[in-house]
Design a protein around this ligand. Sequence first.
Ligand code: FES
Ligand code: FES
Length: 204
Amino acid sequence: MGEQLVGSEYVKMTPAADKSIWSASVNKKEFELLINSNAVLLDVLRDQVGTLGVKRGCDLGTCGCCTVMIDGEPRLSCLCLAGQVSGSDIITVEGLADGAHLAPIQACFAKYGGSQCGFCTPGFLIASQALLEANPSPTDDEVAEAIEGNLCRCTGYQQIIESIQEAAKIHRGESAAPQPASSPHPDPHPDGPGEPSMPPGHAK
Ligand code: FES
Ligand code: FES
């Protein structure tokens, strides 16, 4: 560890983190990345893998926004060193949909008001999906227990519980997935915005 002169004193400098190769499956794609050996999983997912659906809320383990599924278990990515989960199978909110088809839990959150501002939604979706994969017939108490680590300041939670119970019915084959409110539209500007034009009556 080197020392540097600060004012009239030599101060020990913190050594730079070692780099190491990190590999994992994220949303069924294999990644091999060079990361700082002390990197937090949330940072690796957002900054290097590019899964920006994983949200940074508190960074302290209290809000649940950063929840991802690791080998089938919901975990807080802000409290997890990436190195601890090297070689794991990680699912983020981006991995729930099947192409253009939303997963039942996503469709039900949209239909039953489980998502309002949406910031907490990725974490709730992952926690809920993990619950339904383990237990497709949860009681309301079991649902509440599964999402007790996730905070939402918009919905009052009742719509979230209703969304999860409706998705559970789809998982059990008792009801069909809700139809989307609108069908996907093609991108009207696939090549990006064109030259700006002046409104009629304005000189160029
Ligand atoms: S950002 Fe991880 S729990 Fe809040
Ligand atoms: S929908 Fe806004 S915080 Fe949950």
